[in-house]
Design a protein around this ligand. Structure first.
Ligand SMILES: [Zn+2]
Length: 112
């Protein structure tokens, strides 16, 4: 079955100082595991550890759905282009910049 986990940030004891980490909690049985790091990979490690420690063949997940990663830079560029269009700048004064923006926009759309 699919089991959702809860993730809370915590401070874990390191060798010399405390280290940022997370507590990953199984919402089915309440078991908790502590993981160093707060990145996406840390959550994945927590899920893998729960899968072992809960002793059931569950699939642990945190995010409802893995949303496709949208590059923030591309998002900003698309927003700028949108803004320019809404104000009638669809053909920028400088054609080189216009062509450049078009090229970037095409790249950005391909990435999404
Ligand atoms: Zn469990």
């Amino acid at each position: 079955m699919r089991v959702k986990v809860d993730v809370t940030e915590t401070e874990l004891e390191g060798d010399y100082k405390s280290i940022d980490g997370i507590t990953v909690t199984c919402t089915k049985c309440g078991r908790e595991v502590e993981i160093y790091g707060t990145e996406e990979a840390s959550i994945k490690r927590g899920c893998a550890q729960l899968r072992e420690e809960c002793g059931e063949r569950n699939f642990y997940y945190y995010h409802e759905e893995e949303s496709p990663r949208v590059d923030p830079v591309h998002t900003v560029i698309l927003a700028i282009l949108e803004w320019m269009r809404s104000r009638g700048y669809s053909s920028p004064v400088n054609p080189t910049i216009g062509a450049l923006l078009e090229a970037i926009e095409e790249q950005a759309r391909n990435k999404q």
